[in-house]
Write a protein that binds this ligand. Structure first.
Ligand code: KIV
Length: 271
C-alpha cells in the first residue's frame, strides 16, 4: 500500500469537464520554482509559463526576444515546483511560425526537456498546419486569439482587439477552427466581453480570458501583476490582490536602515 497521499492532478480532460460542469477554471503565470510552488499551493488549475517572462523576468519591452532555450529553462524550474496544476508552456516567437516541422520540433523540445504537460501558441488559420502537426504528435495545444502579443508590431498598439465586425468574425471562425483541430482550450485576450461570451457559447472547449469579461470559462492573469509587483502596469482588466511593490521596497529600505545603524544582526541573530 502506498504511503503517499494522492494528489489529484489536473489534466486537459479535467478542464474540459469543468467547462461542462460550469465550474470556472483558474490560471496564473509562473516562471520559476518558488513562485510555481506558491501558485500551485494556492490551488490554481493551470500554470502558464508564459512568454510574458520576456517582459517580467528579462525586462524586454515585448515578448518577441525570449528564446526557446530560455522558455525551456523557465518551464523546467516551474515543473519542479508543481504537484497538482496543469503546466502549459508558450512556444516563443520564431519557434513555430516558419513551418509546421519547426513548430513540431519546438513543441517536442518543450515537452521532452521540461516535462511540462501542454504547449500554447498564438494565432488561428495562419498556424493551422502547425497546430495539426503538434496535436497529431499527441501534444496538447492551447490556442490564443485576440490580442496576441507576438504580433504587436503588426497591431501597433495593445488596445482591445476585434471591436470591428471583420476582426470579430475572423476570431469566431478561428475559435471554431482551433476546436476542430483538437486544441484543448483557448486563451482570449483583450476582446469585448460580448464577443468572448459568444465564442465561449459556440465552442465546446474551455475559453480562458484575460481582459475578455466574465463569461469566459476561466480567467488568467500574470502573477506579477495580480500581486502588485509591477506598479506601472494598470490596465482596466487587472485586479490587484496585493501591493508587493510597496511591501518589498519597504522591507528592503528597513533592512538598509537596520544594517547601517548596526541594529542587524543583533545577538540572537549571531553565533
Ligand atoms: O505570456 C503570457 O503571460 C500570456 C498570458 C497573458 C495569457 O500569454
Amino acid at each position: 500500500m502506498s504511503v503517499h497521499s494522492e494528489i489529484k492532478k489536473i489534466t486537459t480532460e479535467t478542464l474540459r469537464k469543468m467547462k461542462f460542469d460550469k465550474e470556472k477554471i483558474t490560471m496564473l503565470t509562473a516562471y520559476d520554482f518558488t513562485t510555481a510552488k506558491m501558485v500551485d499551493a494556492g490551488g490554481v488549475d493551470a500554470i502558464l509559463v508564459g512568454d510574458s517572462a520576456s517582459n517580467v523576468m528579462a525586462g524586454y519591452e515585448t515578448t518577441l526576444p525570449i528564446t526557446l532555450d530560455q522558455m525551456i529553462y523557465h518551464a523546467q524550474c516551474v515543473v519542479r515546483g508543481v504537484d497538482r496544476a496543469l503546466v502549459v508552456v508558450d512556444l516563443p516567437f520564431g519557434s513555430y511560425q516558419s513551418n509546421p516541422e519547426k513548430a513540431l520540433e519546438s513543441a517536442v523540445r518543450i515537452m521532452k526537456e521540461s516535462e511540462a504537460h501542454a504547449i500554447k501558441l498564438e494565432g488561428g488559420s495562419e498556424v493551422e498546419e502547425s497546430i495539426q502537426k503538434i496535436v497529431n504528435a499527441g501534444i496538447p495545444v492551447m490556442g490564443h486569439l485576440g490580442l496576441t502579443p507576438q504580433s504587436i508590431y503588426q497591431f501597433g498598439t495593445y488596445k482591445v482587439r476585434a471591436k470591428e465586425n471583420d476582426e470579430a468574425d475572423k476570431l469566431i471562425s478561428d475559435a471554431k477552427l482551433l476546436e476542430e483541430l483538437g486544441c484543448f482550450a483557448l486563451v482570449l485576450e483583450k476582446i469585448p466581453a460580448e464577443l468572448a461570451k459568444k465564442v465561449s457559447e459556440s465552442i465546446s472547449i474551455p475559453t480562458i480570458g484575460i481582459g475578455a469579461g466574465a463569461d469566459c470559462d476561466g480567467q488568467v492573469l500574470v502573477y506579477h501583476d495580480m500581486v502588485g509587483m509591477n506598479k506601472d502596469f494598470t490596465p482596466k482588466f487587472l485586479r490587484r490582490y496585493l501591493d508587493l511593490y510597496s511591501e518589498i521596497t519597504g522591507a528592503v529600505s528597513q533592512y538598509v536602515k537596520d544594517v547601517k545603524s548596526a541594529d542587524f544582526p543583533n545577538q540572537t541573530e549571531s553565533y
